[in-house]
Ligand binder design. Structure first.
Ligand code: AMP
Length: 168
């Protein structure tokens, strides 16, 4: 039988963990806005920078439903709208804190986009909301948070706001 490792050998040594870049996944829900609040608090304490990140979903999926839909126009419009909403969120947040904050909008699937951005951008932590869907709603709609937690290479902090009625 293998020997149990000494407890201290499981711990990263002091100074190895540095949270200098935080990615906040924003879908403009209350949960994701709460996630921004948590990220700001962490960033202040740890002297980190924050990137507010949104993924807008593929208009080509729409095209298979609505033939003739103009993907390029839809994508450009969706990107511009998301960009301006993120800028607004940044401006609101900056009124209350001096944390360095940038905004990024990507096109694709939310979970995949968040995981790729965190990996490619060398982020040390993801902060995001979770709706905590259960039962049928979870089966039908899935969970972005769950997919990100499973696939991200960095730690993920999920923020779950209390919801009064959580039956399906
Ligand atoms: P869930 O309720 O598990 O599907 O996860 C919701 C959380 O995932 C939101 O609070 C956001 O933090 C994040 N999220 C969902 N969709 C997007 C998106 N399109 N862009 C960025 N983050 C997203």
């Amino acid at each position: 039988m293998r020997q149990r490792p000494a407890a201290h050998s499981l711990l990263p040594s002091e100074g190895m963990i540095r949270i200098s870049k935080i990615l906040v996944a924003v879908d403009f829900s209350s949960e994701s806005k709460a996630a921004v609040g948590y990220a700001v608090t962490l960033a202040k304490a740890l002297q980190s920078t924050i990137t507010l990140f949104h993924v807008f979903e593929m208009p080509e999926l729409m095209n298979s439903i609505v033939p003739g839909a103009d993907n390029a126009v839809d994508a450009a419009r969706d990107r511009a709208v998301a960009q301006s909403w993120l800028e607004e969120l940044r401006a609101d947040t900056k009124q209350h804190s001096a944390v360095e904050m940038s905004v990024v909008v990507e096109h694709g699937s939310p979970a995949q986009g968040i995981v790729s951005a965190s990996r490619d951008g060398g982020f040390d932590m993801i902060v995001m909301g979770t709706h905590g869907r259960t039962g049928l709603r979870h089966v039908v709609m899935g969970s972005v948070a769950e997919a990100v937690v499973r696939r991200a290479l960095c730690p993920v902090l999920t923020i779950h706001l209390p919801v009064p009625d959580r039956t399906i």
